[in-house]
Design a protein around this ligand. Structure first.
Ligand SMILES: *Cc1c(COP(=O)(O)O)cnc(C)c1O
Length: 372
């Protein structure tokens, strides 16, 4: 399933219908809850052409087999359900808050145990995976932008018999392929960069292990968190331009990181693309780019940070990321955000606008919000 073509070509051409006379260039969504008997599809909860095309494309990009879900969290829930009752999950201290909340809920219900580690601390991971059932990695992490050493952590977890899962949402399948780095399962919130236009909620799982694929597919059937055909089709339509969108968004992010670093009111910038960032060398080794998300802090001024988010004209003050339009938010405005995330941390989800316009608006917002 590995392709000799560059991922930026694969993302355009994978998962298309066979090139026979009169064939469409791309699949259309099929709106049917059931299928005529005699085939392998059966019923709308078991399969759909729009999922198949998206899954084939994601599978080829990540070197495995794909499964799409109703949301990123539906994909997370299906994967976490693989952990045996009473099992133990090693999870990041900082990660997408919904994932950490789900693990905490399951731990509180006595369903499993959770150990939190700093994913940037490889020794801590290696110690914690001994006897664990699952290692959950997010890299770079939301919104602290820590980078895990995926090859070393994955190898240690596998030796210990734990299933290694990587939430690859921030990196996208173009910048990082965790299965090649030793992970068993990759998960995406396709809501973000994959769909790319802030108009779809969708999740995806990719694995090269047939047993794991079958176990996760069974959970999709039985837990029922299936994507709609229209959402899957929109996500694939968005995915076709991921390479272009990412190229622009990533260069915008690098430009903004440098600008923020020089701003007198900014106390810290977290972006693995900055040469002095603690995750820089690791990210350079395992990713083919540093992505389009960064965070910065304002020396403890949480109220100022909130005002900055409310003072932009171009940047959208909203949660989520990976759309063509740039967004920002103070993550701690959410009660479920981890308390060790600084109060004054603003996450930037950089889009594809002109970099000068993005900086002018952010600079203006910093000035307006902090000039009192
Ligand atoms: C958004 C997000 C999720 C959850 O995905 P949904 O599509 O919102 O359900 C999981 N992980 C990361 C890193 C995310 O950004």
């Amino acid at each position: 399933m590995t392709s000799p073509l560059d991922p930026s070509t694969v993302v355009v051409h994978a998962g298309r219908p066979d090139r026979v006379p009169n064939a469409p260039v791309g699949d259309s969504p099929v709106f049917s809850s059931t299928y005529v008997a005699g085939g392998d599809r059966g019923y709308g909860r078991f399969g759909n052409d729009a999922w198949t095309a998206l899954e084939a494309t994601l599978g080829e990009l990540e070197s495995g087999r794909g499964l799409t879900f109703a949301s990123g969290m539906a994909a997370v829930a299906a994967i976490v359900d693989l952990v045996p009752v009473g099992g133990r999950v090693v999870a990041p201290q900082h990660a997408y808050s919904g994932v950490l909340a789900l693990l905490d809920q399951q731990a509180a219900a006595g369903r499993l145990e959770v150990d939190r580690v700093n994913v940037a601390d490889t020794d801590e991971i290696v110690k914690a995976v001994d006897g664990a059932d699952m290692l959950w990695i997010e890299s770079p992490t939301n919104p602290a932008m820590e980078v895990a050493d995926i090859p070393v952590a994955a190898a240690a977890a596998r030796r210990a018999g734990a299933t290694v899962v990587v939430d690859n949402t921030f990196a996208t399948p173009l910048l990082q392929q965790p299965l090649k780095l030793g992970a068993d399962v990759v998960m995406h919130s396709a809501t973000k960069f994959i769909a790319g236009h802030s108009d779809v909620v969708l999740g995806a799982v990719i694995t090269a292990d047939d047993e794991l694929w079958t176990a996760i597919e069974l959970r999709r059937r039985s837990l029922g968190a299936i994507p709609g055909p229209m959402e899957a089709w929109l996500a694939l339509r968005g995915l076709r331009t991921l390479a272009l969108r990412l190229e622009r968004a990533q260069s915008n992010a690098a430009f903004l990181a440098e600008r923020l670093l020089q701003h007198p009111r900014v106390s810290r910038v977290r972006y693995p693309g900055l040469p002095d960032d603690p995750g820089h060398d690791r990210a350079a080794a395992q990713m083919s780019g540093f992505g389009a998300i960064l965070s910065f802090e304002l020396g403890g001024d949480a109220e100022g940070a909130q005002r900055v988010c409310e003072s932009t004209a171009l940047w959208v003050h909203a949660t989520s990321l990976g759309g063509v339009e740039s967004m920002l938010e103070r993550r701690r405005r959410w009660p479920i955000e981890v308390p060790t995330i600084p109060d004054d941390l603003i996450r930037l989800a950089v889009g594809i606008e002109h970099p000068d316009d993005l900086w002018a608006d952010l600079d203006q917002a910093l000035e307006t919000a902090l000039s009192t």
